[in-house]
Design a protein. Structure first.
Ligand SMILES: Cc1ncc(COP(=O)(O)O)c(C=O)c1O
Length: 465
């Protein structure tokens, strides 16, 4: 790296060359290109590279030496001792306008990193790195990964994928929605989705030029009777409605599948956190009931981390072929690296162990939050599942008040307002149901003491709204 230091000398400038060299090195240290303990090139080799005499570089080094930034170590060369104090401070990653550094974020959606067995994680990454790089990636995904996902779906989600359907690797749910929209829909087509719902999925459809119509939810799930004619697909989260946390009841599932078959449309089943149930067994997946009309999407974003960047899509072969053809046309497709890691994790039984450990870690966190909220007389919505709960509120004003009060006391709260679709003016868009107001509280991101403190403050702020 040091050989590539961007030292540019201006031979026509008034400033002596030695001063320019010293300044260039100071600037490299200020910007972080050079760090404490980095070894500098010898004066001879730097002089050669810059095309100056050795005395120029020696004079620059003498100057920096006198200023205390570099030091010689006998027999091993010259080192940077410390970066200059005037180096610009790097902003802390949380210190943005949205997240002042002291805010404890209780929003939903984060994975529970604490539950990951670090030794197993490192083992999987090391084993994945042992495979040599491949020349041409399989656009459907790595065979070992696809096999591991099929096994996972069978063991943990009761879905036998692979006989009438095909498992594809994806780069996660949002990316799979973009691919689905690009490969199987046309700009101007319309899809329906639950409202409130996952706005990143809505954003993915909208980015592909697809119109999105909101459909209300009741206690049984998506209101199939409110689905408009003329749509091409319906997107939903049947196992654990996002964000309300309820499950789609069996009769509603049957109704939805019948609607899809009758209307000749597809159902996109987003099973984003189906592995996280703490009480009863989940209902059968829509993909298991109706593989002919369901495109099933899964992700590792909740069970590991979104930074792994992998997920899966299970659907009938004509659909998966269209997605792979789209990847071929556009030269895109998920990266094999994360797929190899998950395949390695699964190979040694670590995936099943991890899911058990994850449930054991998250269930008491959920209990802590639910107990505290109920103790304060607050209503808690949502099944005993997933990584968040919802406390309903009576109005948009109450929701906003709670969010503002939370912020003032150092806790970031997530109002349901941002999970509603901004209704587009479209002939198919019937009026959505009344908006649901409330706060979604995630319990997987913070450590236990922070979670305890944040939930108590949240309960206060919500209770007063
Ligand atoms: C409803 C829903 N679907 C999917 C995802 C995950 O999406 P991705 O795989 O793109 O990270 C999330 C993550 O927060 C989610 O809340």
């Amino acid at each position: 790296m040091l050989d590539e230091l961007p030292l540019i000398l201006d031979r026509g400038a008034d400033q002596p060359l030695s001063v320019q060299v010293a300044e260039g090195l100071r600037a490299a240290a200020s910007s972080g290109l050079l760090r404490a303990d980095d070894r500098l090139p010898s004066s001879r080799s730097l002089a050669q590279r810059l095309g100056v005499s050795r005395t120029v570089v020696a004079a620059a080094y003498d100057q920096l030496h006198a200023e205390g930034w570099i030091a010689s170590r006998r027999g091993s060369g010259t080192y940077l001792t410390t970066a200059p104090t005037e180096a610009p401070a790097r902003p802390s990653p949380r210190a943005t306008a949205e997240h002042p550094p002291e805010l404890l974020d209780l929003g939903p959606g984060a994975p529970c990193i604490e539950a990951i067995d670090q030794a197993a994680w490192r083992r999987a990454w090391r084993a994945a790195a042992d495979d040599s790089p491949i020349v041409r990636k399989d656009r459907g995904g790595e065979p070992d990964y696809r096999a591991a996902v099929a096994e996972h779906l069978l063991r943990h989600r009761g879905l036998g994928a692979g006989s009438t359907t095909v498992v594809l690797a994806t780069a996660g749910t949002s990316s799979a929605v973009v691919e689905f929209a690009s490969a199987l829909l046309r700009p101007g087509d319309t899809i329906a989705m639950e409202d409130p719902g996952y706005q990143r999925a809505a954003g993915a459809f909208l980015a592909a030029g697809v119109r999105v119509v909101p459909v209300p939810i009741d206690a049984d799930g998506l209101r199939v009777d409110r689905l408009p004619d003329g749509i091409k697909a319906v997107y939903c989260t049947p196992a654990h409605q996002f964000p309300l946390g309820t499950r789609m009841q069996a009769s509603r599932r049957v109704q939805l599948v019948e609607f899809a078959r009758r209307a000749g449309i597809l159902i996109i089943e987003d099973d984003y956190d189906g592995e996280l149930r703490y009480d009863t067994a989940p209902l059968p997946l829509l993909a298991a009931m109706a593989p002919d009309v369901v495109v099933h999407l899964g992700t590792t974003s909740k069970i590991f981390s979104p930074t792994l960047g992998i997920g899966w899509l299970v659907a009938a072969p004509d659909i998966t072929e269209a997605v792979v053809a789209h990847r071929e046309r556009t030269g895109t497709g998920p990266s094999p690296a994360g797929q190899r890691v998950l395949a390695e994790f699964a190979r040694h039984g670590d995936l099943a162990r991890h899911l058990r450990r994850l449930r054991r870690t998250v269930a008491p966190r959920r209990a802590l939050v639910v107990d505290e909220l109920r103790r304060r007389g607050l209503e808690v919505l949502g099944d005993d599942a997933g990584s968040h709960v919802v406390v309903p509120l009576a109005s948009a004003e109450a929701e906003q008040q709670a969010v503002t009060a939370g912020r003032a006391r150092g806790v970031e709260l997530d109002g349901l307002a941002r999970h509603h679709l901004v209704v587009q003016q479209h002939p198919l868009a019937r009026a959505s149901g009344p908006h649901t107001f409330g706060i979604a509280l995630g319990y997987t991101a913070l450590n236990w003491p922070d979670l305890t403190a944040a939930v108590s403050i949240a309960a206060d702020c919500i209770g007063r709204s």
